[in-house]
Design a protein around this ligand. Structure first.
Ligand code: GUN
Length: 292
């Protein structure tokens, strides 16, 4: 039986650490503040944003979500960002993605003050990570690194194969894990839709990070015995036996891969909870340095 790498449990430990930091900050007169901008009515985005609000409440971070209709002008989002950039009570700004098609995502992400970019998506922060001088790490990849380290699966010296090259997960986790730093220092291979034979690479992996957005991408015959697997996927598949009519599965065929794995993260309860925890960590960090 593979060990389960549960983000849910790791999250609780990190939240305990953060609660202490928030208390210390409050004693010094600083309450961490986060503003979230949510445009449109994508149901998954609404769930994520609600969970972000709940996490802030647990930790004592002041959070406010500004909801705009799907047809709101881009200018409105830019105005809000400008206001939050200039508000000293706001330490972190997050624009929930995806944005409606008529908005220019790049332009909006560029408008956020890099010092308040708790998502780590601003090109300045992306570039800083790339050159080995990171400030804010993007939340999902940072959460994956913590899961590996805290479960005793340090990536240093290991061959990590990432499947998926998105800006939110694949590319930044590559940059994080190949840094010449503790808890990183891995040899990294990225597979993507242009890869001729993904299994050729995954079979050689000590650690696989699956972030393709498709259920069952990584099957049992694609992995070696003793592999460590982090499943970033969150896919809804029809299931009449469930009240909601669907269930959540990852990108990994769990039943096939788990018997061969040393350790594997489940879906749900794996990477998902870590993303928000790392957002909280970034927000506390942003607040902390206003008095350092
Ligand atoms: N949409 C899916 N994941 C994320 C994330 O980490 N941050 C933001 N802002 N939007 C997302």
């Amino acid at each position: 039986m593979a060990e389960l790498i549960r983000g849910k449990d790791i999250k609780k430990k990190i939240e305990e650490e953060l609660k202490v930091e928030v208390e210390e900050l409050k004693a010094k007169g600083v309450t961490p503040g986060l503003r979230v901008i949510l445009v449109g009515d994508d149901p998954a985005s609404h769930v994520y944003v609600r969970n972000k609000g709940k996490a802030c409440e647990r930790l004592g971070i002041v959070e406010d979500t500004i909801e705009l209709p799907a047809d709101a002008p881009e200018e409105k989002v830019l105005e809000l960002i400008e206001e939050f950039n200039n508000d000293p009570a706001v330490h972190g700004i997050l624009v929930q993605l995806p944005l409606p098609k008529h908005m220019n995502e790049t332009k909006i992400l560029y408008a956020i003050d890099p010092m308040k970019d708790v998502d780590g998506f601003h090109p300045v922060n992306v570039g800083r990570l790339m050159i080995g001088d990171p400030d804010f790490l993007p939340c999902t990849p940072a959460g994956i690194q913590q899961m590996l380290i805290r479960s005793g699966n340090d990536p240093a010296g290991k061959h990590v194969v990432i499947v998926g090259r998105s800006n939110i997960v694949g590319k930044p986790i590559m940059n994080i894990l190949m840094q010449k730093k503790e808890g990183a220092n891995a040899t990294v291979t990225i597979c993507h839709t242009g890869t001729d034979d993904v299994a050729k690479y995954t079979k050689k992996a000590d650690i696989i990070i699956a972030a393709t957005g498709w259920p069952g991408t990584i099957t049992g015959d694609m992995v070696k015995e003793g592999v460590v697997v982090i499943d970033v996927g969150v896919n809804r598949i029809d299931d009449d036996t469930r009240e909601k009519g669907y269930r959540l599965v990852g990108d990994v065929a769990f039943d096939e891969v788990e018997p061969k794995a040393k350790a594997i993260s489940p879906v749900p309860g794996g990477v998902g909870p870590m993303t928000i925890t790392m957002l909280m960590k970034n927000t506390v960090r942003a607040a902390k340095r206003t008095i350092e």
